[in-house]
Design a protein. Structure first.
Length: 183
């Protein structure tokens, strides 16, 4: 899915992240707003997005997506089968500890594929979860305190944006006039 190979090598669905916003340059964080795909190409972006999803109690989505990305890189058939079983029991089956929200037809198709798992057996579910994150979670992330603290921080106690010292309004001729009520 739209990511560079190996771009998630330091991100694991099993690892709790210790990354805090102070460790990430604002310039890097600003790049994440270009697109959801750009966010997923940055290890710090994925970890920060995961922190945000934890605040919404929906981190299972990114964890499932990352597990699927990792799954597709497995060469050994034995390891592939073992990882497929893990993904299924943790994220797919009913009442799974981190069950992702997918329709029953997708679940049934995955269950059927579990007899002979292939690299693509989770693709439909992964695409649905990806789409959900892109359309729902990602826009909220861009307006979250976690993200806004990163992008507005330039140094200790400063912001990247200059405060406006006075306000003005434009009249019908397009001329600027002072807005004294804002002072």
């Amino acid at each position: 899915f739209l990511t560079k190979s190996g771009s998630h090598e330091n991100v694991s669905p099993h690892k709790k992240t210790n990354t805090t916003p102070k460790n990430i340059p604002a310039e890097e964080a600003l790049q994440w707003s270009d697109s959801f795909e750009d966010l997923l190409q940055h290890t710090d972006g994925v970890e920060t997005f995961t922190q945000f999803l934890r605040t919404e109690f929906s981190e299972e989505n990114i964890e499932f997506w990352l597990a699927c990305e990792e799954y597709k890189t497995i060469d050994s058939e034995t390891k592939l089968r073992s990882k497929a079983k893990y993904i299924y029991t943790v994220f797919i089956e009913s009442e799974a500890p981190k069950e992702v929200n997918i329709d029953c037809n997708t679940k049934k198709a995955i269950m059927k594929n579990m007899e002979q798992p292939t690299r693509s057996c989770f693709d439909a579910a992964q695409m649905k979860v990806y789409s959900l994150m892109k359309k729902d979670s990602y826009p909220r992330f861009l307006h979250s305190d976690i993200y806004l603290r990163l992008t507005r921080r330039k140094g200790p106690g400063t912001t990247m944006f200059r405060r406006r010292s006075r306000s003005c309004v434009f009249n019908e001729r397009g001329e600027a006039t002072a807005e004294h009520s804002a002072w």
